[in-house]
Design a protein around this ligand. Structure first.
Ligand SMILES: Nc1ncnc2c1ncn2[C@@H]1O[C@H](COP(=O)(O)OP(=O)(O)OP(=O)(O)O)[C@@H](O)[C@H]1O
Length: 235
């Protein structure tokens, strides 16, 4: 975590309303993630994991409650302000990589740097991209296009892109969902090493083996943080 020592959710709720029904996807979530943390979030399908990650990633807003990134209250920002804070403080890694096929690996990783308020020099961009490529051991693939890489390699590039702005937290949504077990294990090992070197991680996973790799395991059940026992009784 660069300058931010903690992110904090206070009594977060999320209600989805359709013409047929209301869904209370999150029902009063309190959560603190500290610099250097490695948190996993597990729970049955539909319990609210993706909703929680989307709120943490400022991709969606809560229905009520407060969200702080460091001292900054980000609960009630405009869409543009959210995008700016997201670019500065959040790294997001998706199950489906979400790389841009037309761009080289280098340009994919550089993309978040192009949206900074104060533009960086080409030299500074190249240095940051190279450092991230090294972190994920993919320096030799900088000029490749994503479709010339294996799934595991694409996920490593997606992780490098998420890290390039030195985010307060790396939010990781089922990072191994599209990978075979060998590539999945390699990506998980890489996340563990990044955390050892200081990257703060919050990961949603269905896989108990991978959840166990986190320093702190959290469980969601029907939109509420649950302990392990109540989760085992529910599934
Ligand atoms: N846009 C939406 N409109 C209406 N209901 C929604 C919407 N998004 C999510 N929900 C509902 O909110 C609840 C939580 O969904 P969420 O996707 O967060 O669960 P999840 O734990 O990530 O599930 P999974 O493990 O299957 O991905 C579910 O009941 C879902 O149907």
């Amino acid at each position: 975590m660069s300058q931010v020592s903690k992110i904090k959710l206070c009594n977060i709720t999320k209600k989805f309303v359709t013409s047929e029904m209301e869904t209370h996807a999150l029902q009063g979530i309190d959560l603190e993630i500290f610099a250097g943390d490695y948190v996993s979030i597990s729970g049955p399908s539909g319990c609210g994991k993706s909703t929680l990650l989307a709120i943490l990633g400022l991709l969606d807003t809560a229905s009520s409650g407060q969200y702080f990134i460091g001292d900054l209250d980000v609960s009630n920002l405009s869409i543009n302000q959210r995008a700016s804070v997201r670019n500065e403080h959040i790294g997001f890694v998706f199950q489906s990589f979400n790389l841009i096929d037309e761009l080289s690996v280098f340009d994919n990783i550089a993309l978040p740097l192009r949206y900074r308020h104060v533009p960086l020099s080409d030299k500074a961009v190249a240095e940051k991209v190279s450092a991230c490529l090294e972190k994920v051991q993919m320096s030799h693939r900088a000029k490749h296009k994503p479709n010339q890489l294996s799934g595991g390699q694409q996920q490593r590039i997606a992780i490098a892109r998420a890290l390039v702005n030195d985010p307060a937290v790396l939010l990781v949504d089922e990072p191994t969902g599209n990978l075979d077990s060998k590539n999945g294990d390699a990506v998980m090992q890489m996340l563990g090493e990044l955390n050892k070197n200081g990257t703060t991680i919050c990961m949603v996973t269905h896989d108990p083996r991978y959840a166990d790799m986190a320093k702190r395991k959290l469980y969601l059940l029907d939109g509420v943080m649950a302990d392990e026992l109540s989760l085992e009784l529910a599934v």
